[in-house]
Design a protein around this ligand. Structure first.
Ligand SMILES: [Fe+2]
Length: 384
């Protein structure tokens, strides 16, 4: 039986200028979570705070969520929330910031959660919204954490990434205003955009895909393929930025309901062992997995139908071409030059990828040996 679909939280705003929607938000104690200093330098943090101040709200800012946020950072943010006692939490940034904000929210509402293990194994999932609601303002067009129920948090000891999903963590409000994405540098635009494309294509061929998720995933994929090179070449092109953010959000609406596939199993696994951005890992792995999944007739048909919109027959070639235009390498060997370490970790990474939560919704479920083979293929290319 299908699982119930939920499309975002209670309020979903998108389009140029929709940041002004903050004026309609009634909460008065607002705790804003950000990453590095870019939101301060480019003036977006001040703009967001001023909109809340116009409402008579008081704001506090938590700075310094790192890429691949650790549970230590989550606890630090939650401790500051316990002092400030917000009734609204705002995640203002990319996926790492929005994810960290969600996890901080859980620990703020439930201070008894003191370890990552307690968070990951909480059953039933803790009830939220007794103290605060959660608002996300994405500054990248990629992770769609603003419309997803998932978080990825890294443990403090081994540095491994752990995914957790529950509808309780769906942000109450998402504000997708393209004007806050125009400062993104080209390589981050490219990598986060390829993450969004991977979300659309993995939701499309998920073994849980349905009529409604397809309606969301297909145009998201088409729009990203057409628009990402434009946003990459000219970050100030507001039409392209708007299209990318809308498409990323729409891909998110699809994948948060029908889940993802083994591009994410592999990218999340590799990202736990090596320093590589999530979007870059997705981008490199995606064409290999399209070719691997194409042995499944329904996946092959969906890929083929999409490629036909571009007058082509092979979707993986379209993705290869897109990667070339975005200056993304064709194998993992280029960004990850520690070949001996990669080779030695293949057996362990194959097991981790097999156990990843995204594996079970891929059209074909590889065994551990096949995962090892796929890791080699993505590292060396298909010739070897
Ligand atoms: Fe992703």
């Amino acid at each position: 039986m299908m699982r119930p679909m939920k499309l975002a939280g209670s309020e979903l705003m998108f389009g140029r200028g929709c940041l002004e929607y903050i004026h309609k938000i009634p909460e008065k104690r607002v705790f804003i979570v950000i990453g590095g200093s870019s939101m301060e330098k480019n003036g977006i943090l001040a703009k967001v705070e001023n909109l809340f101040h116009d409402n008579g709200a008081e704001t506090a800012v938590f700075r310094g969520v790192e890429p691949d946020p650790s549970f230590k950072t989550v606890l630090k943010g939650a401790a500051e929330m316990l002092k400030f006692e917000p009734d609204l939490i705002v995640g203002l940034g990319g996926g790492s910031v929005m994810d960290a904000g969600k996890a901080m929210w859980v620990c703020y509402e439930h201070p008894e959660i003191q370890t990552l293990d307690q968070l990951l194994t909480a059953n039933p999932f803790p009830k939220l919204r007794q103290k605060a609601r959660y608002l996300c303002i994405p500054t990248t067009a990629g992770t769609a954490s603003e419309v997803s129920r998932s978080v990825v948090i890294t443990d403090d000891e081994k540095g491994l990434k752990h995914g957790l999903g529950n509808m309780e963590m769906m942000p109450d409000i998402a504000i997708d205003d393209p004007e806050v994405t125009i400062f993104l540098p080209p390589h981050i635009t490219a990598e986060t955009g390829m993450d969004a494309l991977t979300h659309a294509l993995e939701a499309l061929v998920s073994n849980r895909a349905n009529y409604l998720s397809d309606i969301l995933a297909v145009p998201a994929a088409l729009d990203i393929i057409r628009t990402l090179p434009i946003a990459y070449a000219n970050g100030k092109d507001m039409d392209a930025r708007e299209m990318m953010l809308n498409a990323s959000m729409t891909a998110g609406l699809a994948f948060t309901n029908v889940s993802l596939g083994i591009v994410h199993s592999l990218a999340q696994t590799i990202g736990g062992y090596f320093h590589i951005s999530h979007g870059l890992a997705d981008a490199i792995i995606l064409p290999y997995i399209i070719r691997y999944n194409a042995v499944v007739p329904y996946a092959d048909k969906k890929y083929h139908d999409l490629a036909a919109k571009f007058g082509k027959t092979d979707l993986s070639e379209i993705v290869d071409d897109l990667n070339r235009r975005l200056h993304i390498p064709s194998t993992l060997r280029e960004p990850l030059q520690e070949e001996a370490r990669f080779e030695s970790l293949i057996p362990e990474m194959a097991v981790t990828a097999k156990n990843d939560g995204c594996t079970k919704t891929n059209p074909i479920i590889p065994d551990v040996n096949e995962f090892a083979e796929l890791l080699k293929r993505c590292y060396y290319g298909e010739e070897k």
